[in-house]
Design a protein around this ligand. Structure first.
Ligand code: SF4
Length: 252
């Protein structure tokens, strides 16, 4: 399974984000997430060797400053600074302050680069987390399942999670976010069944993201019974929304 040992890594070349510096705010020895998605590239939470120790604000600041100043001095191209890593970045207690620092370093060293955060959106009910996400160029926020029942099967939240509350919190972004949705099926569920798809589209119409990224399983997944969808199938699923004017990227 995929793990990131450094706080700041790359730049790596990404189809979507160009030359991207990655930032991992989670413990380096394993995964830490309040979801345990069946498709997670970092594996199951129970198998992670997580030491549950977040890097401190000072460690993150030192790593970011060193990497960005060095890349700038060496003329390395950086199109994007992306928070992803071994779990959910907004769980870091200093996430808002780290975002402020990242934006100021970006302005100083790579003013053209975009700051992106990949988040499962579980903590956007917290004002300071939502405000930090609204400051970055690309808050990429996840909704895979269109009912609490499906969320329980696919994302397996560790604590209390109510999809309706996430939808309400997403509405406060007033469209200034990118929605990310994984389409997949297994013997137990299908996120693109007619009912699930209709309910997902209703959510999209309610939260009105400025852009939507739909994708399917790519790398090795912890649950081996999962099946992916093709790009053509996914394009057909989202066609009604495209016809309504939503901007949608489909990735296989
Ligand atoms: S939200 Fe992301 S990091 Fe967390 S379990 Fe799901 S895929 Fe893995």
């Amino acid at each position: 399974m995929l793990h990131f040992d450094d706080i700041v890594f790359g730049p790596i070349s990404s189809r979507r984000l160009g030359s991207s510096l990655g930032v991992n705010l989670l413990p380096s020895k394993g995964k830490l997430c309040n979801f345990d998605c069946v498709y997670c590239e970092c594996g199951w939470n129970r198998d992670g060797r997580s030491d549950h120790v977040f890097p401190t604000y000072d460690e993150v600041a030192a790593a970011l400053t060193e990497k960005m100043s060095k890349a700038s001095a060496e003329g390395v191209r950086v199109d994007s600074v992306t928070f992803s890593g071994n779990g959910e970045p907004t769980m870091h207690p200093d996430f808002p302050a780290i975002i402020d620092l990242t934006l100021s370093l970006r302005d100083r060293f790579f003013p053209e680069a975009k700051v992106s955060v990949l988040s499962n959106a579980t903590l956007i009910g917290r004002k300071e987390v939502a405000e930090a996400l609204m400051k970055v160029d690309n808050p990429i926020l996840k909704i895979d399942a269109s009912s609490d029942e499906l969320v329980a099967m696919i994302n397996k939240p560790a604590g209390r999670y109510r999809l309706a509350e996430t939808v309400e919190a997403l509405k406060k972004f007033e469209g200034r976010f990118v929605l990310q949705t994984m389409f997949l099926r297994s013997p137990e569920f299908d996120t693109a069944s007619p009912e699930a798809l209709a309910a997902w589209m209703d959510i999209v119409r309610e939260i009105r993201p400025r852009e939507i990224m739909v994708y399917t399983i790519d790398r090795e997944t912890p649950d081996k019974s999962l099946a992916k969808y093709t790009v053509d199938e996914m394009a057909a699923f989202v066609k009604p929304l495209v016809d309504e004017g939503f901007r949608i990227q489909v990735r296989g």
